[in-house]
Design a protein around this ligand. Structure first.
Ligand SMILES: Nc1ncnc2c1ncn2[C@@H]1O[C@H](COP(=O)(O)OP(=O)(O)OP(=O)(O)O)[C@@H](O)[C@H]1O
Ligand SMILES: [Mg+2]
Length: 481
């Protein structure tokens, strides 16, 4: 046997590498990964206007010296099986080159470290011309001519990535500037979600000087979000943490909250696991086929934190946008789904009960965060609605104060103690004739106040305690006839 070296042909391989499936936003996110891994606290993205737009990503991270930068530009600059620290978002030694050149033909990277700026570029046209893996090193005068290169004046160290000649996007549109501007706006939403945990902490990202605000898909700070018990398990000495959340019912959400959770219409789609690798969101809104996406589970979201030390197990891809669920982890994830989907159903069923089961309850039991509940008097009760139409403003105010006081001074502690001792008399002394007369009084009230008594009767028969007695319906049918 004779060993032979089989060197890849540069133009072909570079061209193929451009097609590994990056979208504009996943490509930019891959470059932001690098800045965050370099411990940057501020990342500035600029899109220069014009028919030949340029994109610059500038960070104030640790930067690279000339040797490090030259190495960083090499395809496969790091071995994917090497161990990485737990704040490094990289894995393959490819992202800088493959993400950038998936979108454009020319990539220039300048970096400042120890007071010196070094700069290299990849140019696909040059690779074709030279038929080899050729990069170009820039001299000082050339560096000084780069757009916005004076950004380096404000930092001790940092990195500047310039993308230009967006050939692929250009071939798909007649107005490149517009299309890229639109892509940039989607990218801002993508970055706001993917990096929300960094943006909530110490990292800021600006696009053309506009700050990206984090989008927390769990609305952790909303007081009606339920934060359920955290679970964790260890695999191959690494810990995976699961944090289930149940979102508030959407009528409690502001339009801004609804946008954060991905829109009301997409709630069902966005339920599921949110997989974070070193705090960076990789994939979201999937149950990995362990469960179906049901309407009633749409408030359930589970944050899953996996360390990059388990990359080999999850089959993370170069674009950091997909993972496979390893068998070893399936069972643990499945139990988390069971708990949270059931919880999400409770929120819906409880809410739905008032409408779907056609019952007006007197007390609303409202689920709050930390598995706590609040009890409120149902303001939609027909009797309250009837009063609302007949009382003047002052009287209405008084009524509202009375209701609030009943809610706030509900003698919960003594009921709890008496209940525990079995000392509460639970006989409600409901007598069907009394209830019948009670309803009649209310209907008379309606007539006196110009309300449609038939509509009110229908509502009352759906309301506690009358709804419990089928016989009342018959009695009223008899009465009406
Ligand atoms: N903004 C940056 N600041 C400092 N160093 C950087 C920056 N971008 C890239 N590097 C260095 O260049 C190397 C190569 O980057 P590249 O994105 O190609 O691969 P990676 O991040 O190691 O892995 P992956 O392919 O998973 O992204 C990085 O490992 C890092 O050392
Ligand atoms: Mg990278």
């Amino acid at each position: 046997m004779i060993e032979k070296e089989s060197i890849p042909f540069a133009p072909q391989l570079i061209e193929s590498m451009r097609s590994i499936g990056y979208s504009f936003e996943t490509a930019i996110a891959d470059l932001v990964d690098n800045s965050i891994s370099a411990n940057a606290k501020k990342i500035d993205i600029f899109l220069t206007p014009g028919s030949n737009p340029k994109l610059i990503i500038f960070d104030n991270g640790c930067g690279m010296d000339e040797k490090e930068l030259e190495e960083a530009l090499r395809y496969g600059s790091k071995n994917p099986i090497d161990e990485r620290n737990d704040v490094d978002l990289g894995r393959f030694g490819l992202g800088l080159k493959s993400a950038s050149l998936s979108q454009c033909r020319k990539l220039v990277v300048a970096s400042k470290k120890n007071e010196k700026i070094s700069c290299f570029s990849w140019d696909i046209d040059l690779v074709y011309e030279k038929k080899g893996w050729v990069i170009v090193e820039y001299i000082k005068e050339e560096i000084n001519k780069l757009p916005m290169i004076n950004l380096f004046n404000n930092v001790d160290s940092g990195t500047y990535v310039l993308l230009q000649n967006f050939d692929r996007i250009s071939s798909s549109t007649s107005n490149l500037e517009n299309t890229i501007t639109n892509y940039m706006s989607t990218t801002m939403d993508h970055l706001a979600l993917v990096f929300h945990r960094f943006l909530e902490d110490k990292v800021s990202i600006y696009v053309n000087n506009k700050k990206i605000e984090p989008v927390d898909p769990f609305l952790t700070n909303h007081k009606a979000t339920q934060i359920m018990r955290e679970q964790s398990f260890t695999i191959d000495k690494s810990t995976i943490t699961l944090q289930p959340y149940i979102l508030p019912f959407f009528n409690k959400l502001t339009p801004e909250d609804i946008k954060k959770v991905g829109g009301k219409d997409d709630l069902k789609n966005n339920q599921g696991f949110y997989i974070y690798r070193n705090k960076r969101l990789i994939i979201h809104g999937t149950w990995f086929r362990l469960a179906r996406k049901e309407e009633l589970g749409k408030l359930a979201r589970i944050q899953v934190d996996i360390p990059s030390s388990l990359d080999y197990m999850w089959g993370i891809d170069i674009k950091k946008s997909s993972v496979n669920l390893p068998d070893l982890i399936k069972q643990n994830l499945y139990s988390a789904i069971v708990g949270s989907v059931i919880k999400s159903k409770n929120v819906h069923e409880y809410r739905g009960r008032k409408i779907n089961n056609n019952v007006n309850y007197i007390w609303d039991r409202i689920e709050m965060r930390d598995n706590c509940y609040e009890y409120k008097i149902n303001r939609e009760m027909p009797q309250l609605k009837m009063l609302e139409t007949s009382l003047n403003d002052k009287q209405l105010k008084l009524l509202s104060v009375i209701i609030e006081n009943i809610e706030n001074y509900f003698p919960i502690h003594s009921i709890y103690l008496d209940g525990a001792k079995g000392d509460i008399n639970l006989d409600t002394k409901e007598d069907i004739d009394n209830l019948f007369n009670e309803i009649k009084i209310q209907l008379k009230f309606c007539e006196e106040h110009g309300l449609d008594s038939q509509i009110v009767l229908k509502e009352l028969l759906k309301t506690e305690p009358y709804c419990k007695y089928e016989k009342l319906k018959e009695m009223f049918e008899y009465e009406v006839v």
